[in-house]
Design a protein around this ligand. Structure first.
Ligand SMILES: NC(=O)c1ccc[n+]([C@@H]2O[C@H](COP(=O)([O-])OP(=O)(O)OC[C@H]3O[C@@H](n4cnc5c(N)ncnc54)[C@H](OP(=O)(O)O)[C@@H]3O)[C@@H](O)[C@H]2O)c1
Length: 404
């Protein structure tokens, strides 16, 4: 779509944006040793933020709405070590989040232990990551009994399934931590009714556990939401902020358990994954029906989007992306965006409603509690992998300069 000059500009911007990824290979040690360089980069970035206050809790003006944001700089490692000096962080579950959060906590020097079912997939993976059975790797019950902060990072379906066994072990003085509001918010469906005499907090990284780990290793930090469900000690919020930093967050945004789970379920079904996949498929299919080749249909639907245009939106916003493309492309895109918005808004309203009523929760619990959920999921992934669009995509990716 873009003119040659614009394409060149887009390519060079995309190249610049790709550079931080190359730095992902740095070790944790080199990331830490370059902390001061990172800090000064963060500080110079901060000059562009509408901050009222730099250090400490700050109020940031988000498009006219003032919100409180907490940052990692307020919790240097020494302060974290002191704050949690009497705690054992028992991280239950070692999937995507367990892996990322657990390794970051360990690298931060905190007393963290892992609790998973013995001889499951996670048990093996934890050992591969250097967790030692009997030292800092236990079965879930043993880890919970040793822990003061119980970080429930089982899959949401497993949180519901194991709750009858976990609840009696959550005695007064412990803290219960989640990375999703799912279990307590939908307690009538999940059965997760938290004991009334413990703090219950949330740190929800806005990204996969792999990203939590990668950004930490780069000396950066993921954005996370924090919330308090129950504050018995008067320290629940402070604990959530400290844990948010300890697991590798850069900035922490306040929310409630309910708002976190509603927005998260909605977003992942919409623009983050479900909606965007649906748009890709619809656009690709029409191009193919009109006689375009698979490579042309893929390039015009996915490759240009993910490799060139979306990174520009991420870096500088929609107006910047529009400004960087040809006048022809821009005119049509601005006009058609209105039609897409009008057409899709009712779909998004249905989706939000389905989240709010618990329909999405029910479906998720039913599917993910099936004994054969891994096999059923793999079957669906194979169906997606085998779609022509994604087979064409594999061939297109193979021709990228870095893959040839
Ligand atoms: N993944 C993300 O991108 C993401 C992002 C933000 C927040 N979260 C939230 O973080 C939490 C953890 O999510 P996740 O994606 O890391 O989970 P996950 O990858 O699905 O991890 C599953 C863990 O649960 C264990 N498990 C599954 N079924 C079990 C059962 N019946 N009994 C005991 N253990 C069982 C697995 O152990 P085995 O290996 O033994 O099966 C594994 O350790 C969830 O609340 C999720 O909503 C996730």
């Amino acid at each position: 779509m873009a003119s040659k000059t614009a394409s060149r500009a887009l390519r060079s911007s995309a190249k610049q944006l790709a550079q931080p990824a190359a730095r992902q290979r740095r070790s944790f040690v080199s990331a830490v040793s370059s902390a001061s360089r990172v800090r000064s980069a963060v500080e110079s970035r901060a000059a562009f933020l509408p901050l009222q206050q730099w250090r400490g809790m700050k109020t940031v003006d988000f498009a006219g709405h003032k919100e409180t944001v907490y940052e990692r700089d307020d919790w240097p490692r020494e302060k974290l070590l002191d704050y949690f000096k009497n705690d054992t962080l028992a991280l239950i579950g070692y999937g995507s989040q367990g892996h990322g959060q657990g390794l970051n906590l360990r690298d931060n020097g905190l007393n963290v232990i892992i609790g998973v079912r013995k001889n499951g997939k996670s048990w093996q993976e934890a050992q591969q990551d250097g967790w030692i059975p009997g030292t800092n790797l236990f079965d879930a019950d043993e880890a919970i009994s040793r822990g003061t902060v119980i970080m429930n990072l089982l899959s949401d379906a497993a949180q519901s399934e194991t709750w009858p066994a976990i609840k009696p072990q959550l005695t007064k003085g412990k803290t219960l931590y989640f990375s999703h509001g799912f279990s307590p918010v939908f307690k009538s469906q999940t059965g997760v009714d938290v004991p009334s005499d413990i703090d219950v907090i949330l740190v929800a990284p806005k990204g996969s556990g792999r990203t939590v780990r990668t950004l930490f290793r780069e000396g950066r930090g993921i954005n996370s939401s924090i919330a308090v469900y129950q504050d018995v000690t008067g320290k629940a919020q402070e604990k959530a902020i400290a844990l948010g930093v300890a697991i590798g967050s850069g900035y922490l945004y306040e929310t409630t358990f309910q708002k976190e789970v509603f927005s998260d379920l909605y977003g992942e079904r919409g623009c983050l994954m479900g909606g965007i996949h649906g748009m890709f498929l619809a656009q690709y299919e029409v191009l193919r029906e009109k006689g375009h080749s698979p490579s042309e249909a893929f390039n015009e639907t996915v490759e240009e989007a993910t490799q060139s245009l979306y990174p520009l939106i991420g870096a500088n916003g929609m107006d910047y992306m529009y400004a960087a493309c040809s006048t022809t492309a821009r005119r049509g895109a601005i006009d058609w965006s209105k039609r897409f918005k009008e057409t899709l808004k009712p779909v998004f309203q249905d989706l939000y409603n389905s989240v709010e009523t618990g329909e999405e929760t029910q479906k998720s619990l039913e599917f993910n509690s099936r004994k054969d959920y891994r096999e059923a999921f793999e079957k669906e992934m194979k169906e997606i992998r085998d779609l022509e669009i994604w087979r064409a995509g594999k061939a297109v990716r193979g021709l990228r300069p870095e893959n040839v």
